[in-house]
Design a protein around this ligand. Structure first.
Ligand SMILES: Nc1ccn([C@@H]2O[C@H](COP(=O)(O)OP(=O)(O)OP(=O)(O)O)[C@@H](O)[C@H]2O)c(=O)n1
Ligand SMILES: C[C@](O)(CO)[C@H](O)COP(=O)(O)O
Length: 236
């Protein structure tokens, strides 16, 4: 089974107050952290991206991301960017598995990428990482609470999300309106009647959305670096 990655980095970062894909995170652009995780994941054969082609190509070249193939232009919404990415991936076979990932989930690990890729052979139409939610979630109408949802049924969904190229091509040829209705790729598969399976996500696989997330991401990376440092010393 061939597995390829599609990294979406074409957003404008309105909640962050600036585009976030090239912000510095502990000395490296956010997107480089992401690309390096896919470069290190042995399951991934090729990496495609969506975003600023010139800057992403340079990043890949300067940092030996040799799985990098090319970059498509951003679309109006996340789903439109996915569609543009799929157009670029036209030489991939129908049976190839595409891992679609938010470029701004830059703390994704090769282990999580492997877990998602590894679950794709089990017969479902899609595989997504997710976590049980730890807050109580309520449905609100303005400032009034309408109801409280049963938390045991809820999952917070992450990326990468895995699907076969053939299915993605079918679904992403749907109307503009249908594409615009989704905040992730799996929901389009669900709405089309497909079965989507869940594997365990990672608490540290956060999405950089607002400025506070940068502080959290930096703390996670520092903790990882410290752990790596101790492991290297122990191995001596
Ligand atoms: N038209 C878009 C919108 C989003 N994305 C990408 O999809 C991921 C998740 O989107 P989000 O966190 O919403 O990023 P932004 O769209 O940049 O942020 P905002 O919604 O706050 O404007 C990001 O890596 C973003 O770059 C994209 O490629 N094309
Ligand atoms: C795809 C996603 O990261 C899953 O949690 C999320 O839906 C992206 O949402 P956003 O509105 O583009 O931030």
């Amino acid at each position: 089974m061939t597995v390829v990655a599609l990294v979406l980095a074409g957003g404008i970062g309105s909640r962050m107050g600036r585009p976030k894909q090239f912000l510095d995170l502990l000395g490296k652009p956010v997107l480089l952290h992401t690309l390096q995780a896919f470069q290190r994941a042995p399951e991934v054969a090729r990496i495609y991206a969506v975003g600023d082609a010139r800057r992403i190509e340079l990043l890949a070249e300067e940092h030996a991301i040799d799985k990098y193939v090319g970059c498509a232009a951003p679309g109006e919404s996340r789903s439109h960017s996915t569609r543009n990415g799929l157009d670029l991936m036209r030489s991939e076979r129908e049976g190839t598995v595409a891992l679609i990932h938010d470029g701004c989930r830059c703390l994704v690990t090769p282990e999580l990428i492997g877990r998602v890729a590894g679950a794709t052979g089990d017969g479902a139409d899609g595989v997504i990482p997710a976590l049980p939610v730890s807050d109580t979630i309520k449905v609100a109408s303005g400032e009034s609470v309408e109801k409280t949802l049963d938390r045991s049924l809820l999952r917070a969904v992450q990326t990468p999300q895995a699907f076969r190229m053939g299915l993605l091509r079918q679904i992403f040829s749907s109307s503009e309106e249908f594409l615009a209705s989704a905040t992730d790729d799996a929901s389009l598969v669900e709405k089309s009647g497909g079965e989507v399976r869940i594997v365990l996500g990672e608490r540290t696989n956060i999405k950089l959305t607002s400025p506070e997330d940068l502080v959290l991401a930096e703390a996670i990376l520092l903790a990882r670096n410290r752990k790596g440092h101790h492991a290297r010393r122990a191995a001596l």
